[in-house]
Design a protein around this ligand. Structure first.
Ligand SMILES: [Zn+2]
Length: 374
């Protein structure tokens, strides 16, 4: 009798949990992942199957610029049942065949980003105003997009260098960025200066505080917007999607600090990096910037809210480097719910590899939502 009771109880709970999953649906989840390094196919397959089992639906995969790498890795990602997007930086490029040293951005002091990069050595930003830069990027992205296994290409660093750093980074670089300073302000190359003069009549090199000239800001927003929209046309001709990682906003952050007027970009999806800790904000702020983005693009394409994960939660309090900050296990649920409540189509993790067991546990609870009929 007792056994029968236990068995019946088990049946009841099994039925109840089935019913629960029926009325619940999982939100779409992407992850930014880099590789493959020296990993074998078997090792990659194990990694991808593990991510799929945890609830990841697609990867933004950073594997260099060689289409052959994406063909190899993409086959395995597809076998694991996930979407596959090639995540390749756009304006940040080392010198390589197809590029010219004169095509790099120039700051307000006349220094090239190739020889005098701002903040960190890899900040070698190209100038978006050269036809050769567009040609290089178009060839690179379309040759990767043509790989059968690719669903889309994912632009990153599609912007100017940070003219103002996010508030959470000032201490790391020992800077007070209370206004725009010429050493971080781009692009004052000869071509940009003369094109702007022709357009506006203003010689921007003669202006004492260029940050007060609205047309000069707009000129640079437009350079990035035009480049993106040309790449959209080229990638769409291959039948694939094109999307991008962008700064939060666009108005509250992205336009002001990296000159991304991304509501004018004709992309298929946006992945705003809603990394609250970089702005010294809590997880609820993720909802505010998600709402701003969804409204700015009139909800015409999906926005996947990018979440920055703290890799060592027990050390966050004593950790000085903001790169090691991010959402704690007890915060990730709030960030996910705030994103979804404010119109996100899903989320994207930076990165699945930084997630601890406690993060995954909280994540599993947060990714199942009530399946509302449309
Ligand atoms: Zn320029």
């Amino acid at each position: 009798m007792r056994w029968a009771f236990i068995f019946l109880s088990f049946l009841f709970f099994a039925f109840q949990s089935c019913q629960q999953k029926e009325t619940m649906k999982k939100i779409p989840v992407y992850g930014w992942v880099s590789g493959p390094g020296e990993a074998t196919d078997a090792e990659l397959m194990e990694q991808f199957a593990g991510l799929k089992a945890k609830g990841i639906d697609g990867l933004m995969y950073n594997g260099g610029q060689d289409p052959a790498t994406y063909a190899r890795v993409g086959k395995l990602v597809k076998e694991a049942g996930m979407e596959f997007h090639a995540w390749i930086p756009t304006m940040v490029q080392t010198m390589k065949p197809g590029l010219d040293s004169s095509w790099y951005g120039v700051n307000g002091k006349g220094e090239s980003a190739l020889t005098h990069p701002a903040y960190v050595d890899y900040y070698k930003f190209l100038c978006p105003n050269y036809e050769g830069v567009y040609q290089f990027l178009s060839n690179m992205y379309t040759s990767v997009a043509k790989v059968d296994e690719i669903d889309g290409v994912h632009l990153d660093y599609i912007r100017f260098p940070d003219v103002i750093l996010a508030r959470g980074l000032w201490d790391k670089y020992g800077l007070v960025m209370d206004r725009e300073y010429p050493e971080y302000d781009y692009c004052y190359c000869d071509k940009c200066v003369s094109d702007f003069k022709e357009k506006s009549g203003i010689d921007i090199r003669e202006v004492e505080d260029p940050s007060t000239v609205q047309e000069w800001k707009q000129f640079r927003y437009d350079l990035i917007t035009n480049l993106v929209n040309r790449l959209v046309e080229d990638v769409h001709k291959t039948g694939k999607e094109i999307n991008a990682a962008v700064f939060p906003g666009p108005n509250s952050v992205a336009k002001k600090i990296v000159r991304q007027e991304w509501d004018k970009w004709k992309l298929d999806a946006f992945y705003p990096m809603n990394y609250n800790d970089f702005y010294l904000k809590g997880p609820e702020w993720v909802g505010d910037v998600t709402k701003e983005g969804v409204e700015a693009i009139n909800d015409r394409v999906p926005i996947y809210s990018g979440l920055f994960i703290c890799p060592r939660p027990e050390k966050k309090g004593s950790e000085k480097d903001p790169e090691n900050h991010g959402l704690l296990p007890e915060e990730i649920g709030t960030a996910i719910q705030a994103s979804m409540d404010n119109g996100a189509a899903g989320i994207c993790l930076f990165t699945p590899g930084r997630m601890t067991d406690a993060h995954w546990e909280a994540f599993e609870k947060a990714i199942w939502v009530e399946d509302k009929p449309n």
